[in-house]
Design a protein around this ligand. Structure first.
Ligand code: AMP
Length: 512
């Protein structure tokens, strides 16, 4: 047995323990009463319960026994790594970290200090070394802190959260009849949930950890039976899990380790209300691990609400990719040309389909909308200065197709779930490429084709290079004018005017 047996020992010795014996390393609610935060200030120093009062159905989360979640002891080999060695290792493996007291990465499986029953599974699987997300993510997760992991599927992220989950489960009191799971993994799709389950089964069996997968589109009976028998790990898509919670088949009172996998995809699929509802049922001093392949503002905002003093680890560079089902057109224009260009474009594309137009400012939103309406276009706007009732009304008019043109700022559009947007127009270029990808992603959903038009001015030149990369990755044409801007050349005066002089609409060659 390894030197870590005292902390992460064999399953029997821990799972037989009673809840009141979990003193060391446990963190009750007191920890969340406004303590300091690290350099990555997720949670903003506020207490987590504050954020979660939006619960749709109240759970009594008071008076739950403390639990243990810090299992990490740094091995001597890891301790002896100097800071330059740590930095060099992270650089070579493309690991970027943020947060307070970030642990050093582990180079070998034995340095993690996993208990023997987990090590046996790793050996059986034939793995040679930890993947980058594992070498940095395991020490972070085993320390019991919240974690944001930006890593793609295929990076080994599933085991990055599942093996610490197994250690966590084995340190908790065993399940009693009627108990829900200890570990909850939320995933966007059935396919991903099933993949996660395969790993959970493979690596959890040696310590007799049971799991089940809860997803929609199949009969509930077998899932209900699994939940009623009691399982330590539930892997679920949000909708079906809520069904199960509402019908009291299970509960989340025992969950102390929560994983959100592919958070970006879950938000894109409109799961945010369900995620909020589920999290409101879980004790706030849980450990939360939040995974995403990309890091748009929406995903970050949710993390800020549900994580506390989190570590963040990014593997590789965050590759920005646009949905390939979207045709992207970018035109170089001057600020003063924008309105006329917009009207020409609308004349060209308007067929009653929904058109979403993004502006930088609330004032701009109001001005352009007023002007459009004066010119006879069925446009309404939403932005942060509008009351919730007004926003709801505008949205319902837009959804119903009564007002097929909607102008919006980024803030107001965040979290908007409107299907069947055929065109997105970036009247103003957004403040980041993440926002660009996110905005245009409002179209081309659920297998539909979409089109995005973007006005790009000299003031946006600093985004040209990255924008070109996004266009090229998605197989879109790049106009010579934009290419020149990408090389640092000033925009040509003739490049955009000529099409207008010829009186052409935007549907023609003026868009790349
Ligand atoms: P994931 O990113 O979690 O979907 O993992 C992708 C695949 O990599 C899965 O089949 C894992 O079993 C496998 N895998 C996970 N960790 C390792 C490792 N350290 N070495 C080799 N393969 C691994």
């Amino acid at each position: 047995m390894s030197r870590y047996d005292g902390r992460m020992g064999d399953p029997g010795s821990y799972r037989d323990r009673k809840s009141d014996s979990f003193g060391s390393g446990s963190t009750g609610y007191g920890r969340y009463s406004g303590g300091g935060t690290g350099s990555f200030d997720v949670g903003g120093g506020r207490s987590r319960p504050e954020f979660e009062n939006s619960a749709l159905s109240k759970q009594d989360l008071d008076g739950l026994p403390p639990f243990e979640k810090n299992f990490y002891i740094e091995s001597p080999d890891v301790s002896s790594m100097t800071e330059p060695e740590v930095e060099d290792y992270r650089r070579r493996r493309q690991i970027t970290v943020e947060g307070r007291d970030v642990p050093k990465p582990v180079k070998n499986f034995r340095d993690v200090g996993f208990p023997d029953y987990v090590m046996q599974e790793i050996v059986k699987a034939g793995f040679v070394e930890p993947t980058p997300i594992q070498s940095q993510g395991w020490p972070m997760a085993l320390k019991g802190r919240d974690l944001i992991g930006i890593a793609e599927t295929g990076s080994g992220k599933t085991l990055a959260y599942l093996l610490p989950a197994i250690v966590h489960i084995n340190a908790q009191p065993i399940l009693s009849p009627g108990d829900g799971p200890i570990v909850l993994v939320l995933a966007p799709t059935r396919e991903l949930a099933v993949q996660i389950q395969q790993e959970a089964t493979k690596f959890g069996s040696s310590s007799k950890i049971k799991n089940t997968c809860i997803y929609g589109g199949v009969p509930k009976g077998p899932q209900v039976r699994d939940l009623q028998k009691g399982v330590e790990i539930v892997i679920a898509t949000p909708g079906r899990l809520i069904d199960m919670l509402e019908s009291h088949v299970t509960n989340l009172r025992r969950v102390t380790y929560l994983v959100l996998d592919e958070a970006d995809r879950m938000l894109d699929m409109g799961f945010e209300p369900q995620i909020r509802k589920i999290i409101s049922q879980i004790r706030p001093d849980r450990q939360t691990l939040y995974w995403s392949a990309t890091w748009p503002k929406e995903v970050e905002q949710l993390a800020r609400q549900f994580l506390y003093n989190a570590y963040k680890v990014v593997i590789g560079s965050i590759d920005l990719k646009a949905n390939h089902a979207i045709r992207q057109h970018v035109e170089i224009v001057s600020e003063s040309q924008k309105y006329n260009k917009l009207v020409k474009l609308l004349e060209d594309i308007m067929d009653g389909s929904r058109i979403l137009i993004f502006m930088d400012t609330k004032k701009g939103c109001d001005q352009i909308t007023r002007q459009l309406r004066m010119d006879g276009w069925p446009a309404l706007s939403i932005h942060g200065d509008k009351s919730q009732a007004e926003r709801d009304w505008v949205l319902s008019e837009f959804r119903a197709g009564k007002s097929p043109i909607m102008t919006a700022t980024d803030v107001a559009a965040r979290g908007l779930d409107v299907k069947d947007v055929k065109f997105v127009i970036n009247y103003d270029f957004p403040g980041s490429l993440e926002d660009y990808v996110h905005r245009i992603g409002r179209t081309g959903r659920a297998g539909a084709k979409g089109t995005a038009y973007t006005f790009f001015t000299a003031a946006n030149a600093r985004f040209a290079k990255e924008l070109i990369a996004i266009l090229e990755e998605a197989g879109q044409k790049v106009s010579p004018e934009l290419a020149a801007m990408g090389r640092g050349a000033p925009p040509s005066a003739s490049g955009h005017g000529s099409f207008r002089d010829r009186g052409r609409g935007f549907g023609g060659r003026s868009w790349n």
